[in-house]
Design a protein around this ligand. Structure first.
Ligand code: PEP
Ligand code: MN
Length: 367
């Protein structure tokens, strides 16, 4: 995926400020003509160049609002004519692709529930491959990460669309489903290392962040967006509704146009990199700290192996759940006092403990 073009010919100008990120905004769903046009007019007036709105809404459980469907495409086409914004919506089937293209929209995104299914993505890719070359060249496609934290599945979905001939391609990071306990305060866990690895592997691929579905809460949009831009994400996709409290889907996370401009207007992309010399010094410091961490871990494992021998001679079980629970509690409390997140420390020490147990059980492999 080396020959990717920006998603729109003027990707860089789709921002609210010359140093601002690429910005795409609009309601979770196009609920009525009036509401769709209200949101679109307010966004266009404030300088937004790319409008999003769902027409088909994949709901986790039946009975929820599943979108207006095809009739809403006419409202999106109207948004394009009235405001001049680029307009995109979500597709999940080849039929959706066909009617979105027929309605003259600029592109589409593939949602998290669809990108998790290679059969569905391939059917969409086949529909795109069959388009005439000029239409394909101008088409913008955004691929959201699959609901599960699986980088290869995400890469696979992007590759299927790329291999269909799409070159205006971008990824959207919207967080991942997780198994309890909830990594508060998010709706979907960010697992930042996954999109960052995607960016490392495909430097030409723009990666856009979706703070609305990651955070699930209005008050998290600004801080999450700031964090993502600091980490080098290329842009933002944000849900904006003219009256969020009345929204038929994702009400808690949608912003009014004014709140959206307040939250994202001041955001800037960070300067390229600090002066090279300073950066090198800081990197040297990190290398040194990491070397210390490795030495300490190796010392800890040596002690664990001695404990393993002792347990064997005394006929004791390797894993002692009460001791393990005490260890985690104590480390979390110490972590908090040092400004570290207890969640991270718990994760870290459970990995350390797992490795300790492995080494205690097979000492001959490590002597
Ligand atoms: C959306 O963007 O409205 C949407 C349904 O997103 P996701 O696929 O990320 O849940
Ligand atoms: Mn939504």
């Amino acid at each position: 995926m080396e020959d990717l073009l920006p998603v729109f010919p003027d990707f860089d100008s789709c921002s609210l400020h010359p140093q601002g990120p690429f910005v795409m905004a609009g309601p979770c769903s196009a609920e009525s003509r009036a509401r769709t046009l209200d949101a679109a007019r307010a966004l266009a007036a404030g300088g937004v160049r790319v409008f999003r709105a769902g027409v088909w809404k994949p709901r986790t459980r039946p009975g929820g609002f599943e979108g207006i469907g095809q009739p809403a495409l006419a409202w999106l086409a109207e948004v394009k004519t009235l405001t001049g914004m680029h307009v995109v919506t979500e597709v999940a089937t080849p039929e959706h692709v066909k009617v979105v293209i027929d309605a003259g929209l600029d592109g589409f995104w593939i949602g998290a529930r669809t990108s998790a299914n290679p059969f569905a993505v391939q059917e969409i890719a086949d529909a795109v491959a069959a388009l005439d070359p000029a239409r394909k060249q101008s088409l913008a496609v955004f691929v959201k990460n699959p609901v599960s934290p699986d980088l290869e599945l995400w890469v696979g979905a992007l590759q299927r669309i790329y291999m269909a001939g799409v070159r205006r391609l971008a990824a959207i990071h919207r967080g991942f489903s997780f198994y309890a306990p909830t990594p508060a305060p998010y709706r979907n866990a960010p697992y930042w290392q996954i999109p960052i690895e995607l960016k490392r592997r495909f430097p030409a691929l723009p990666v856009i962040f979706d703070p609305s579905h990651t955070g699930g809460r209005r008050d998290l949009i600004a801080p999450l967006s700031r964090q993502a831009l600091d980490m080098g994400f290329d842009g933002l996709i944000v849900e904006v509704h003219c009256c969020p409290d009345e929204a038929l889907s994702d009400s808690a996370q949608q912003l009014t146009p004014q709140a959206f401009f307040d939250a994202t207007g001041p955001l800037r992309r960070p300067a390229e990199a600090p002066a090279e010399a300073t950066l090198e010094l800081l990197r040297d410091e990190i290398d040194a700290v990491d070397a210390d961490i490795l030495d300490l871990l190796s010392r800890r494992m040596a002690v664990a192996r001695r404990i393993g021998e002792l347990k064997r001679t005394k006929g004791l079980a390797v894993v002692q759940p009460a001791r393990y629970a005490r260890l985690i509690d104590e480390r979390c409390a110490r972590a908090e006092a040092r400004g570290l997140s207890p969640e991270f420390v718990k994760h870290f020490f459970s990995a350390v403990h797992e490795e300790s147990v492995r080494q205690q059980m097979a000492p001959e492999d490590f002597s």
